[in-house]
Write a protein that binds this ligand. Structure first.
Ligand SMILES: Nc1ncnc2c1ncn2[C@@H]1O[C@H](COP(=O)(O)OP(=O)(O)OP(=O)(O)O)[C@@H](O)[C@H]1O
Ligand SMILES: [Mg+2]
Length: 280
């Protein structure tokens, strides 16, 4: 996979830190996390449950307040940026959440859901133009105008996630931030939704930040990967380097847990991992 690295990163996090808790017990959910994503590049974020992946994303998009650190969009720090830059950030950086059952308002029709961003960002001149844009993005994600008046409850999980992706794409983003976008879906539709995301990424030249538990998927999909453990980035780099020559023990243990179809290799690797555990 060719690696798009040219130019200013479209999205950059520097030293993001976020703690939770009371005065007596605080957890650093995110501890000095930095990364950057080039236009058109896909960054995977992996790590065990509770390692701070979602909190990192939430701090980046502004759903969570970071205690320290900053986010740069197209080279410009958001704190202190002018209104126009902040508006562009809110429009051009869109998020897809894990659970399409809770991320779509059950009282809104598909047309309302997908078109809402067009209103917020004043992107439609008329009702007809708005509807035409909504239909256009629905078609991009494999749906069509027949779903406009339907409510989220009448769709399957995979279809709901397509609607959530259409909502994100409607406003013409340059960055898609995805928090385990297929983990809540039936295994049989996960690949379809991943392929859709990849297709959109290529067609629209999007930069993508992609949190996933599935390391095999990250390897297949991403240019770069960042490995998190207990709020800290333990490893970061091009996928090929990190997966083929992991430097950190934690990364090695994550990789050892991926099933490999070749039984001999699998057996050899499990033996090696067991030996490593014994010596640790
Ligand atoms: N709103 C909150 N209040 C208190 N603690 C929180 C809050 N959000 C996250 N945490 C804690 O921060 C840590 C990191 O959580 P986070 O959800 O970011 O992990 P994650 O890597 O996304 O995990 P998962 O893979 O399970 O989604 C956890 O210890 C979690 O309990
Ligand atoms: Mg999470």
């Amino acid at each position: 996979m060719t690696h798009p690295t040219t130019g200013t990163p479209i999205l950059e996090a520097q030293g993001l830190t976020r703690s939770f808790g009371s005065r007596r017990t605080t957890t650093r959910a995110v501890d000095d996390v930095s990364f950057s994503v080039a236009p058109g590049a896909i960054l995977g974020i992996v790590g065990e449950s509770g390692s701070g992946k979602s909190t990192t994303l939430r701090c980046v998009v502004g759903l969570e307040r970071a205690d320290a650190g900053r986010v740069l969009f197209d080279g410009v720090p958001l704190v202190g940026a002018n209104r126009e830059t902040q508006r562009r950030f809110r429009r051009e950086v869109q998020m897809v959440f894990q659970d399409p059952y809770s991320s779509l308002n059950p009282r809104m029709t598909v047309e309302m859901i997908v078109g809402e961003g067009l209103d917020i960002h004043k992107m439609a001149e008329s009702r007809q133009a708005r509807r035409a844009r909504v239909v256009e993005v629905l078609e991009l994600v494999g749906l069509d105008a027949t779903v406009l008046d339907r409510y989220p409850r009448s769709f399957s999980g995979g279809q709901r996630q397509r609607i959530a992706i259409a909502r994100a794409l409607a406003v013409g983003p340059r960055v898609l931030v995805c928090d385990e976008p297929v983990s809540a879906l039936d295994v049989s539709v996960q690949a379809q939704v991943v392929n859709l995301l990849l297709e959109m990424q290529q067609q629209l030249g999007l930069a993508v930040v992609f949190v996933a538990h599935d390391l095999a998927l990250v390897r297949h999909l991403c240019h770069d990967v960042m490995v998190m453990q207990r709020g800290v980035v333990v490893e970061n780099g091009p996928c090929a380097d990190v997966f083929d020559r992991p430097q950190h023990e934690y990364t090695k243990s994550l990789l050892a847990a991926i099933p490999i179809p070749d039984p001999d290799r699998d057996r050899a690797r499990r033996a090696a991992a067991a030996a490593e555990r014994r010596s640790a």
